[in-house]
Design a protein around this ligand. Structure first.
Ligand code: AMP
Ligand code: ZN
Length: 120
């Protein structure tokens, strides 16, 4: 599988062909605001390399996926989530049709901020 799937909307965001409001970027990871936020804080984190879903993750992806998880807390606070334990945030990885996945490029939803939220 190539680095980027030409039909994938999140690969196009990685390549700068579709604009996004960036939260974080390094060589392997991009985080950007969800266009339809459910809560005061709602951004997505993706590996830049196209992985279709969490069901496709391989041992070689462990480093980037681990780094994503290790970064979530810091980015959530920067974006306005309140500190643990009174505050906190939710991380969701929709996977496949039963999991409610609409965009087939692995992404973490990071959702937080004061309630009420639109969903969840
Ligand atoms: P999922 O159901 O987990 O696949 O969710 C895909 C998410 O991507 C939804 O919450 C959408 O609002 C979001 N989304 C779709 N297109 C864009 C885009 N161009 N920029 C930012 N977020 C997007
Ligand atoms: Zn992609």
């Amino acid at each position: 599988m190539s680095e980027h799937d030409p039909n994938c909307i999140f690969c196009k965001i990685v390549e700068g062909k579709i604009p996004s409001k960036k939260v974080y970027e390094d060589d392997d990871i991009l985080a950007f605001h969800d266009i339809h936020p459910w809560a005061p804080v709602h951004f997505l984190m993706i590996p830049k390399r196209h992985i279709a879903s969490l069901a496709h993750a391989q041992p070689k992806d462990a480093e980037v996926l681990g780094r994503m998880m290790a970064l979530v807390g810091e980015l959530a606070m920067k974006e306005g989530a309140r500190p643990y334990p009174e505050g906190g945030f939710r991380v969701v990885v929709n996977t496949g049709a039963d999991g409610g996945q609409e965009v087939h490029h692995l992404h973490l939803h990071v959702i937080g901020g004061p309630r009420p939220w639109l969903k969840g």
